[in-house]
Design a protein around this ligand. Structure first.
Ligand code: HAM
Length: 425
């Protein structure tokens, strides 16, 4: 049987022109994280399966690429957060806090394929560990907008929507979950689907007698109605005037104002996030036209470490994928042209001149130039045509006369001008 030429569905090959785009994007991710004083970390893409198997009914757990090898249950990471939590836990007690970490990771989720969702994607993660104050959320949201600005995304093309699981939790505990606080995490997982499956389907799931939440129908309807609120005062009506989640959200908007981004962020109770571990602020950024999936998402997850058996440690962070932002830049016509970058081609006319050409290439490479040494004994015409196509600036020709005189002939490909360059001995 012939070998299939496509990689598995939902995964990507990166040919040079595609990898250039990815590297360009990653360089911006890194530059912003560096600028915000975050340190880069990494972890294996294969982890113990149990690190990811939470029981709240999250899609991400159902989408796990998992397998057994020599009696061990392993999985490809669907997200970086649990691995980072494991790393923090392994150093708990000795890690200087707060830790500000970033990572660029490939993640695997067996998704139903839609625009903006693939089975393999990269994520830029920034997380702050050990900082309970909402100043951390503001810093992270500031970093996201710094990235969007660097990429040339127009100011009004992306909006951040945010809410607070703590606000939702306190509201529900004062009402429909008064006697069932443990149903909160699975409830979040269900109501996160509102956009995708609609209000009726969410009510059906919340009231399903076999489900994890099992609300009465009027209670489920009340939850869905709350998710329609867009004003903090109304959403926090059921709580005391000085309730912490309400005060914190108000404080967050003050800090965001200082970052100069408050006008790009809106309060939206329907932002819940589909991952069970969030406990506080939750946020997602979308293209303003709402043509695309979420560009990034994150929030506060102060109890994740405890869930994994570690000490209590506040944490907040976000994941920002490579797929949707590139779709948005494409739609906006803002993707830069990224031609191959090559400074010079060095060409020996024959094997007799090759040692001199090799020494010349080494000299130029040593000076930081990107140099392609022609490996075949090709025809000059062909070499010049290939060099122009590859975007080289100059061609160094090393023929018998050049070796005799100790100088390569240098042709500037843009101007056609010729000059001489001494051959190293
Ligand atoms: P998430 O919302 O599942 O959060 O993913 C974050 C971002 O990764 C999404 O907004 C999207 O840009 C991208 N993404 C996720 N799944 C896919 C996919 N199948 N195809 C393409 N892009 C995708 C998390 O993963 C959390 N761990 C983020 C986090 C870090 N929270 C705290 N720290």
């Amino acid at each position: 049987m012939a070998q299939k030429l496509q990689p598995p569905r939902g995964t990507r090959d990166f040919y040079p022109e595609e990898l250039r785009v990815r590297s360009w994007l990653f360089a911006h991710f890194r530059a912003v994280a560096d600028g915000f004083g975050f340190e880069e970390v990494d972890a294996p893409v294969v982890e113990h399966e149990e690190l990811f198997t939470r029981k709240a009914g999250e899609e991400i757990v159902e989408q796990l690429y998992h397998f057994e090898l020599h009696g061990r249950r392993l999985a490809l990471r669907p997200e970086m957060t649990p691995s980072i939590a494991r790393m923090v836990m392994a150093r708990a007690g000795s890690l200087p806090l707060p830790a500000r970490w970033f990572a660029l990771t490939q993640n695997w989720r067996y998704e139903r394929m839609t625009r903006g969702r693939r089975r393999e994607h990269y994520q830029w993660n920034m997380d702050v560990w050990g900082e309970p104050r909402i100043t951390a959320e503001a810093e992270l949201i500031g970093a996201i907008f710094a990235l969007l600005d660097r990429l040339g995304v127009p100011r009004d093309a992306v909006r951040m929507r945010l809410s607070s699981r703590a606000l939702l939790e306190e509201t529900l505990r004062a009402g429909v979950l008064a006697r069932r606080p443990e149903a909160f995490a699975p409830l979040c997982v269900v109501i996160d689907k509102l956009d995708k499956i609609g209000a009726d389907a969410v009510v059906d799931l919340l009231t399903d007698p076999q489900g994890k939440v099992q609300l009465a129908r009027p209670d489920a309807q009340q939850v869905v109605d709350w998710l329609g609120l867009r004003d903090l005062e109304t959403a926090a009506e059921g709580l005391a005037a000085d309730a912490a989640p309400r005060a914190q959200l108000a404080e967050l908007f003050d800090w965001l104002d200082a970052y100069g981004v408050a006008d790009r962020v809106e309060f939206d109770t329907s932002i819940v996030r589909g991952l069970a571990y969030y406990t506080g602020t939750v946020f997602e950024a979308f293209d303003t036209a709402r043509n695309l999936r979420a560009i990034c998402g994150g929030g506060r997850y102060d109890r994740l470490l405890q869930t994994l058996g570690g000490p209590a440690l506040p944490a907040v962070g976000f994941g920002f994928g490579d797929v949707v932002i590139l779709e948005l830049l494409q739609d906006l016509g803002s993707l830069p042209e990224l031609p191959r970058e090559l400074d010079a081609v060095v060409f020996a006319f024959g094997d007799a001149e090759r040692p001199a050409a090799i020494r010349l290439a080494a000299q130029l490479r040593g000076a930081g130039e990107r140099v392609e040494l022609v490996l075949a004994n090709a025809k000059l015409k062909r070499v010049l045509a290939d060099a122009s196509r590859s975007g080289a600036l100059r061609v160094y020709l090393v023929g018998p006369d050049e070796v005799t005189h100790g100088e390569a002939l240098v042709r500037d490909l843009a101007s056609g001008e010729q000059s001489r360059h001494p051959l190293p001995v």
